[in-house]
Design a binder for this molecule. Structure first.
Ligand SMILES: [Zn+2]
Length: 127
């Protein structure tokens, strides 16, 4: 749409330029100005769209947002045993329910997984 307008202005300008007489000079200058304004407007529009796109990229896609929201919901970790003691299983490893990263119980207990950010629900720890 704007391309067409620009094209038309371009044609008019060259037409006036070719038939330039004193009385057309002002019209020509006016058209140049209009051309510049439209170019600027297009530029602003383009930059605005680019900025919105950048912000959107920074926020993430809908799927990425949904996935991040999912990780904000605390989930219980999985546990991995290391033999038994007095007839009870001994767990020395907890596993991130989101990414499967292994961590050492008691030494590496985080509010959320350092690798993927999954929040960990430490209630009902059974070790
Ligand atoms: Zn994880």
């Amino acid at each position: 749409m704007l391309e067409k307008i620009l094209e038309e202005i371009e044609q008019r300008i060259s037409h006036y330029r070719e038939n330039a007489t004193a009385e057309y000079v002002d019209v020509c200058a006016g058209l140049r100005e209009a051309d510049e304004i439209i170019r600027q407007h297009m530029n602003d529009e383009l930059n605005k769209n680019l900025e919105e796109l950048k912000q959107y990229r920074a926020i993430g896609t809908v799927d990425e947002c949904r996935e991040a929201a999912e990780r904000r919901k605390a989930k219980r970790p999985d546990y991995e045993g290391d033999g038994e003691a007095d007839g009870y299983p001994v767990y020395d490893t907890w596993i991130c329910p989101h990414c499967g990263e292994h961590y050492e119980i008691e030494y590496e207990e985080y509010a959320c997984c350092p690798k993927c950010g999954q929040e960990i629900d430490w209630n009902e720890v059974s070790n």
